[in-house]
Ligand binder design. Structure first.
Ligand SMILES: Cc1cc2nc3c(=O)[nH]c(=O)nc-3n(C[C@H](O)[C@H](O)[C@H](O)COP(=O)(O)OP(=O)(O)OC[C@H]3O[C@@H](n4cnc5c(N)ncnc54)[C@H](O)[C@@H]3O)c2cc1C
Length: 366
């Protein structure tokens, strides 16, 4: 805590987790500043060109699966409210997903799983064959269709979140990096100078683990955006380590590679091989030019659970992150929970497993 602050909450990190947290704080009437070494809403892993919002496969329930299901169910209303507030379109739609079944054995396994999938995700789940999906969209002998998978345009989402925070009076500190979790007499140390604030939301993505001493770190990922107006209603395509995501603006997101522990933002031949595989599977993509190649660092806790809550030895710091590969779906729910902690009204139903204390305990030797 810093005395005499005119800011209640300093949010460090202007990605999806930081901005949803900031917006949830602003909606509660808290005074907020947001700091990011880059431009808020235009840096970080949250800008992925993919933007898939997919339910997990049915199976043993876990706290993460429950949160993900709850977050996905709430998302259409949450995103519609943001669109209404900002007048911006987020490219959100739910065209469903085709999961490629490359051979007879994969098809047999999918048929065996179908009743459980239908129970979890509705009767529209089906095993489809060529002719059931738009011509030229997928070259595969069969695919499992689930209707619940959605997508959004992540850069548009981030720009809308920034606009909503600005409109509600958040102080935007573009180009300001948080240097230290412990406030000094002048406030929290930022690269641009100190800032007095009551509490800190640590939403610095993959960097948060090292800063807070939590087990986890970056998972490097590469993806690309290609110029193609996908056939109307084309579902997302999922293969092994591959997503093909048709967007509303005449582009298609293709990704992604995954390298645990890699912390640079470099691009390499692995991305070209992902693009080649996408083109081999999706004939209409073959001639589509690549508009951009991109890399980001997924924040990945050792347990793969999100991290939201106070640091045990620094209760003024609320960590919010650990979205790993599904962060765009989880971020609004995690931001809401973080705002409750920041407002000193901890969410009563927040799973212990997501608290920083649980992440630390899981790492501690027995
Ligand atoms: C290739 C790839 C594909 C993905 N595809 C999907 C997908 O299809 N669907 C999905 O749901 N998720 C996907 N993800 C995961 C998702 O992007 C992340 O889980 C989520 O965006 C993480 O959000 P964040 O706000 O925690 O981190 P970030 O978006 O990385 O934001 C962290 C911010 O903190 C800032 N920062 C860093 N250090 C400091 C500091 N010292 N002070 C202040 N600010 C700091 C950074 O500049 C950055 O802006 C993908 C990720 C990658 C890399």
């Amino acid at each position: 805590m810093t005395r005499g602050s005119d800011i209640d909450v300093l949010v460090a990190g202007g990605g999806a987790f930081g901005l949803w947290t900031a917006l949830a704080c602003l909606r509660r009437g808290l005074r907020v500043a947001i700091a990011d070494p880059g431009r808020i809403g235009a840096a970080g892993a949250s800008l992925t060109p993919t933007g898939a919002l997919a339910p997990h496969q049915p199976g043993r329930p876990t706290a993460l699966k429950t949160l993900q299901a709850r977050a996905l169910a709430a998302l259409p209303e949450t995103l519609a409210a943001l669109e209404a507030e900002t007048g911006r379109r987020l490219g959100h739609a739910r065209p469903g997903r085709l999961s490629i079944l490359p051979d007879a054995a994969a098809r047999e396994r999918a048929e065996a799983r179908l009743p459980a999938l239908r129970a979890a995700q509705g009767e529209a789940c089906a095993i489809l064959a060529p002719g059931d999906w738009p011509a030229g969209w997928l070259e595969a002998p069969a695919a499992q269709f689930d209707p619940r998978t959605a997508r959004l345009d992540a850069p548009r989402l981030l720009a809308a979140l920034r606009a909503a925070c600005e409109a509600r009076g958040a102080r935007m500190l573009d180009g300001a990096a948080l240097l230290n979790l412990a406030p000094g007499p002048e406030g929290f140390a930022l690269s641009t100078g100190p800032l007095r604030a009551g509490r800190l939301a640590l939403a610095t993505g993959a960097a948060a683990f090292a800063a807070a001493g939590l087990p986890g770190g970056p998972e490097h990922g590469q993806a690309a955006r290609l110029a193609l107006r996908a056939p109307p209603g084309a579902p997302l395509i999922m293969g092994r380590g591959l997503w093909i995501v048709p967007h509303a603006d005449g582009t298609v997101g293709v990704g992604a590679t995954a390298e645990k522990g890699r912390a640079d933002l470099g691009l390499d031949a692995q991305l070209e091989s992902v693009i080649d595989r996408a083109r081999a599977l999706c004939p209409v993509l073959r001639e589509a030019p690549v508009l951009s190649r991109w890399a980001g660092l997924r924040p990945r806790a050792a347990s793969r659970d999100p991290v939201v809550g106070p640091l045990p030895d620094r209760p003024h710091v609320i960590v919010v992150g650990g979205g790993q590969r599904i962060g765009l779906a989880l971020a609004p729910a995690c931001g809401e929970a973080a705002a409750a902690f920041l407002a000193e009204a901890p969410p009563p139903d927040w799973p212990d497993a997501f608290l920083p204390s649980a992440h630390l305990a899981a790492r501690a030797p027995a």
